[in-house]
Design a protein around this ligand. Sequence first.
Ligand SMILES: *[C@@H]1O[C@H](CO)[C@@H](O)[C@H](O)[C@H]1NC(C)=O
Ligand SMILES: *[C@@H]1O[C@H](CO)[C@@H](O)[C@H](O)[C@H]1NC(C)=O
Ligand SMILES: *[C@@H]1O[C@H](CO)[C@@H](O)[C@H](O)[C@H]1NC(C)=O
Ligand SMILES: *[C@@H]1O[C@H](CO)[C@@H](O)[C@H](O)[C@H]1NC(C)=O
Ligand SMILES: *[C@@H]1O[C@H](CO)[C@@H](O)[C@H](O)[C@H]1NC(C)=O
Ligand SMILES: *[C@@H]1O[C@H](CO)[C@@H](O)[C@H](O)[C@H]1NC(C)=O
Length: 237
Amino acid sequence: MNLFIVLICFSVGIPIFVLSTDAESGVRKCCDSGEVFESINGSYTCIEDKTRRLQMKSDETGFLHRNETGECVEIIEEFFVFNVSRGIVQPLGQVIEQIFPKCCPLNHVYNTEIHSCQEATSLNHSYISQDFLQIGLPNCKVIVDYELNENSIHKRNNKISINSYCIDKSHTDSYVLRECKDSVEICEEIRCFKKCCPDGQSFINGPNCYDTYKYGLNLSRWQNFIENYTGNRNFVY
Ligand SMILES: *[C@@H]1O[C@H](CO)[C@@H](O)[C@H](O)[C@H]1NC(C)=O
Ligand SMILES: *[C@@H]1O[C@H](CO)[C@@H](O)[C@H](O)[C@H]1NC(C)=O
Ligand SMILES: *[C@@H]1O[C@H](CO)[C@@H](O)[C@H](O)[C@H]1NC(C)=O
Ligand SMILES: *[C@@H]1O[C@H](CO)[C@@H](O)[C@H](O)[C@H]1NC(C)=O
Ligand SMILES: *[C@@H]1O[C@H](CO)[C@@H](O)[C@H](O)[C@H]1NC(C)=O
Ligand SMILES: *[C@@H]1O[C@H](CO)[C@@H](O)[C@H](O)[C@H]1NC(C)=O
């Protein structure tokens, strides 16, 4: 199967580029994994990806560092294709591809007990059919977690906004669907907890929320204070 990335260049006439690579090489990433582009005065450099809100599944990384000529994809607010030649990087256009909403960063699973991400080694990401990922649900009012059957991962209706749900593997090797709700109505049926930071974030150095992903809320620590600390619960932001 060939991968086709349709690019729209934001110049007069809006030409559409089609970049095709074979499945073996997949997407070619400009920077190393864990890095994204930063643009300073029109030149692009690879910097550490502190937020991991967008990620790519790619087998070939660090193209820019190899001083070769060709096209590669990198994140700079969005997914962009760049032309690299003799160290000169030029943006060609935005990647128009389906994006998979993953709850946790790559190489992490979702811990359904404490509602957070945990690192896991040698994960098989083949259940993710897309190469371009959006991580977490930072803009939800209420998030409800459901256990998901593996077969239903690809059956999600495309019309559902990817900002309204995410999917991930759970720490017990099953799958989880986390869904955004617009209202707190659901909290009349299942108990909700009010969380200070958005999903995936926690306080660092006082009340400042940062994308950390890994700190959850372990209710069993508070079992002497919270009635029925197990069972269904949601998070209200
Ligand atoms: C960017 O360009 C401005 C004006 O030319 C200059 O003052 C500034 O130092 C440059 N910044 C970097 C990081 O090179
Ligand atoms: C990159 O390759 C070009 C020739 O393709 C060469 O002139 C240049 O010195 C190389 N730069 C580095 C940093 O290796
Ligand atoms: C990429 O850059 C090189 C050197 O500037 C240029 O010759 C080539 O046409 C560019 N390719 C695209 C697709 O713009
Ligand atoms: C990952 O899982 C898929 C489907 O379950 C399987 O075909 C593939 O061989 C696995 N890859 C690795 C590296 O284990
Ligand atoms: C939650 O806290 C309990 C009690 O402190 C502990 O036994 C358990 O391992 C914790 N669970 C997780 C997932 O950290
Ligand atoms: C705790 O569970 C008991 C028994 O299931 C139920 O009667 C009670 O209402 C629950 N309390 C809360 C705060 O949900």
